[in-house]
Each structure stands twice: as structure tokens, then as C-alpha cells.
Design a protein around this ligand. Structure first.
Ligand code: COA
Length: 256
């Protein structure tokens, strides 16, 4: 399968498995990814998700150019852009922490996918770019939103206007990747980070993710609503409210 999901205890790994095309993304791959993410969002045993590219050359080189080259504007919008937005948003909002493990080219939609993760780890040979303007198109899967949010408008503009490739070191100095490690230690480093997260209180970690995302500039109140809903449900007042409904009587609230 072009997208594989493996689980080892509390650590899940999603692998883009199309190395002969440097893991270029097709709509079929996006839809498979969506099914895996939906399953993970309901899986209480999973505490961390790693996202990887198969092979040793590429994390992902973006949308499959051959697949979208002949689409008209409506099909491009309906079948590519909105699908990508929905599925990358699903990743960004996943309850558990997500780590993109960058082992090679991270270009275009591949970088946009990595930007939807919480943390990015990169091997030292990795190059990153949003080269869409070199094809006469714009970064359409979140790049004009998530990249400036992470590195600032000026650096995002420099990358997008020129299509330049930046090294893992430069990306780290810009805050675009969290850490750069030797290629042969990348896998172990990612596992160690995932294990460190798994050693902590899972609810505290997941609530903290929602709080940080909820506080991010321009975000909506959905994360705060989710946290408040979970908390409110276990107040004495909520227990009384549900009991009164079942017993067909007025509730007696105590503000506790
Ligand atoms: N879409 C579809 N196929 C792609 C692809 C993409 N974005 N990027 C690479 N591939 C395919 C190549 O067509 C080639 O397939 P083939 O062997 O059947 O011809 C295979 O992956 C290997 O790529 P190749 O170009 O031969 O490797 P390279 O080492 O010479 O160059 C890159 C690697 C990444 C520099 C080059 O492939 C590239 O620039 N790709 C386009 C990246 C891009 O513009 N992404 C944004 C897309 S919106």
C-alpha cells in the first residue's frame, strides 16, 4: 500500500511508501492517509504518531505532478486542494503529538505535510523547499499559512518567491525543524523522542497540545471548547444535571 500504518505499543508510524517516485503524493494516498488518521483519532492506546517517507532519498517531493498536470481548474480545486486541506487539517488536529521524520527531500506538499505535524526532525542531508512557483503554481496545501506562522512572513516569502532549497541546518536556525541529527541516528532519535513523550501523562500531553494550538495566533476556540467540554462533564453540577434529566426532576446545582 502506498500509505502504511504500523503500531508498536503506544507509538504509531505512518509511512509514505512510494520510494520509486520519491513519495510523491497522489489523491489515493491522501485518502488512505485520511482513513488511517481517522482510525488513529479513535484509538485511545496510541500516544504518538511518527510520519516517515520510505527509502533513503526523500520524505516527500510533494503532489504528483503527473497526476494533477492535466486537471482543469475545478477538478484541481475539488479533488486536490480541498482534499489536501481537509486531510492535513486532520493531521494538525490529531489529539496525540505528531513528529515528521525527514529523511530526504522535503519539497512542496511534502513540506506542507511536515508543517501540519507538531515537531519536525531532520537528517543532516535534508533539503527543504516550496518550489511551486517554479511550476507556475502556488503552494496550495497550507504552505502560505503554516510556513509564515512558523518562520515569519519574510523568511516564508524568501522561500516561496525563489523556490530555493534550504538545508536542514538553516531550517533549524529558522525554527522550521526542531532538530538536525546524523542520518544514521535519525530513526533512533525519533523513537527516543516518541518514547519520552509516551512516558508522560497522556492526557496532560494531549491537553497541552490543544492549549498550545488554541493559543496560536488566529486560531479558533475549538480547542478550548474541547478542553472545557471534557472538564465540565465531570463537575458535580454536570453529574447532577444528567441525573435530574434521567429522574425527570429539576436539577439542584451547587456550583461545584
Ligand atoms: N511528482 C511526480 N513524480 C515525481 C515528483 C513529483 N513531484 N518528483 C519526483 N518524481 C519522480 C520522477 O518523475 C522520477 O520518476 P521516473 O523515474 O519514473 O522518471 C522519480 O520520481 C525520481 O525523480 P528524479 O527527478 O529522477 O530524481 P532526481 O534525484 O534527479 O531529482 C528532485 C529529485 C526532487 C530534485 C526532482 O525529482 C524534482 O525536482 N521533483 C519535483 C519537486 C517539485 O517540484 N515538487 C512540488 C510539486 S507541486
Amino acid at each position: 500500500m502506498p500509505i502504511e500504518l504500523d503500531k508498536a505499543g503506544p507509538i504509531a508510524t505512518l509511512t509514505l511508501n512510494r520510494p520509486e517516485k520519491l513519495n510523491a503524493l497522489t489523491v489515493e494516498m491522501l485518502l488512505q492517509m485520511e482513513q488511517h488518521l481517522l482510525a488513529l483519532s479513535r484509538d485511545a492506546d496510541i500516544r504518538v504518531l511518527l510520519i516517515k517517507g520510505a527509502g533513503d532519498r526523500s520524505f516527500c517531493v510533494g503532489a504528483d505532478i503527473h497526476a494533477w498536470a492535466d486537471l482543469d481548474a475545478v477538478a484541481m480545486w475539488r479533488n486536490w486542494i480541498t482534499e489536501g486541506h481537509r486531510i492535513f487539517d486532520l493531521l494538525a488536529r490529531l489529539r496525540v503529538p505528531t513528529i515528521a521524520v525527514l529523511n530526504g527531500y522535503t519539497f512542496g506538499g511534502g513540506l506542507e505535510l511536515a508543517l501540519a505535524a507538531d515537531i519536525r526532525l531532520a537528517a543532516n542531508h535534508v533539503q527543504l523547499a516550496l518550489p511551486e512557483v517554479q511550476l507556475g503554481i502556488v503552494p496550495g496545501w497550507g504552505g502560505t499559512n503554516r510556513l509564515p506562522a512558523l518562520v515569519g512572513a519574510a523568511r516564508a516569502k524568501q522561500m516561496v518567491f525563489t523556490g530555493m532549497r534550504i538545508s536542514a541546518e538553516q531550517a533549524a536556525s529558522w525554527g522550521l525543524v526542531n532538530e538536525v541529527v546524523d542520518t544514521d541516528t535519525l530513526e533512533q532519535h525519533a523513537q527516543n523522542m516518541a518514547s519520552a513523550i509516551c512516558n508522560n501523562g497522556p492526557l496532560a500531553v494531549q491537553m497541552t497540545k490543544q492549549l498550545i494550538d488554541g493559543n496560536a495566533a488566529g486560531s479558533s476556540g475549538f480547542q478550548l471548547e474541547a478542553l472545557a467540554s471534557g472538564f465540565a462533564r465531570f463537575t458535580e453540577d454536570a453529574i447532577e444535571g444528567v441525573a435530574s434529566f434521567k429522574e425527570k426532576r429539576p436539577p439542584v446545582f451547587k456550583g461545584q
